[in-house]
Each structure stands twice: as structure tokens, then as C-alpha cells.
Write a protein that binds this ligand. Structure first.
Ligand SMILES: [Zn+2]
Ligand SMILES: [Zn+2]
Length: 111
């Protein structure tokens, strides 16, 4: 089910990209998204903030680049706080190995 554009509230949101044949959507329609330079990832839009510590191993760093936000159930549309985790680069590899459903929230920077 496609969301409605958060800006105009009329047109359906634009498709951002496809992964595993599954479409991921933007928060705005094509029309409203035009001319915009940078769009925050969905989790940021929903008020989640990347932490400076890993939710898995408690690794801390002052460099936020070492962390990524993951969706625990693998569904990037589920932006509830409980579904979002900050994961360090180290744990990301482990997540991948364990084949957990966790999915990175900002796979493709939307610049
Ligand atoms: Zn719109
Ligand atoms: Zn970690």
C-alpha cells in the first residue's frame, strides 16, 4: 500500500528504489520531491535519531559515521521506535552473517 505524499497530501509517494524486487518509497510525490537537495531517511523523518552507541554491543564513538540505523523486522515502513536500532559497523557484519531480517534504513543516501 503506497502512502500519500506528506507535503501535498494528494498524490501517491514516488518510488525511491527497488531492492529484491520490492519497491521502497519516498515520503513525497514526484512533484513535491522536485528541487529538493537532500532528503532525510525515513527513520529520521519519524523522529528517530542515530545514537553514538551500538544497540547490540554498546560500542561508543563520537563519529556517527560508524553507525547505521537498522529496521529490526526488515520493514523500512515500520518506523516505530521499537523497530529501529543503531548498529555499529562491526555488528553490521555480524548481522549479515547471522542472516537476521534486520535491514539498513538508509541503504541508498538520497542526495
Ligand atoms: Zn506531493
Ligand atoms: Zn555493535
Amino acid at each position: 500500500m503506497r502512502n500519500i505524499c506528506v507535503k501535498c497530501g494528494q498524490r501517491p509517494v514516488a518510488i525511491n528504489y527497488y531492492k529484491n524486487n520490492k519497491p521502497y518509497y519516498r515520503s513525497k510525490c514526484d512533484h513535491c520531491a522536485k528541487g529538493r537537495k537532500k532528503e532525510r531517511p525515513l527513520w529520521a523523518f519519524h523522529g528517530y535519531q542515530k545514537k553514538n552507541s551500538c544497540d547490540r554491543c554498546n560500542f561508543t564513538s563520537k563519529y556517527l559515521e560508524q553507525f547505521n540505523v537498522y529496521y529490526v523486522d526488515g520493514n523500512p515502513m515500520n518506523n516505530r521506535y521499537t523497530n529501529l536500532k543503531t548498529v555499529c559497523a562491526n555488528c553490521q557484519r555480524i548481522l549479515h552473517k547471522l542472516k537476521l531480517p534486520w535491514k539498513q534504513g538508509d541503504l541508498k543516501p538520497d542526495f
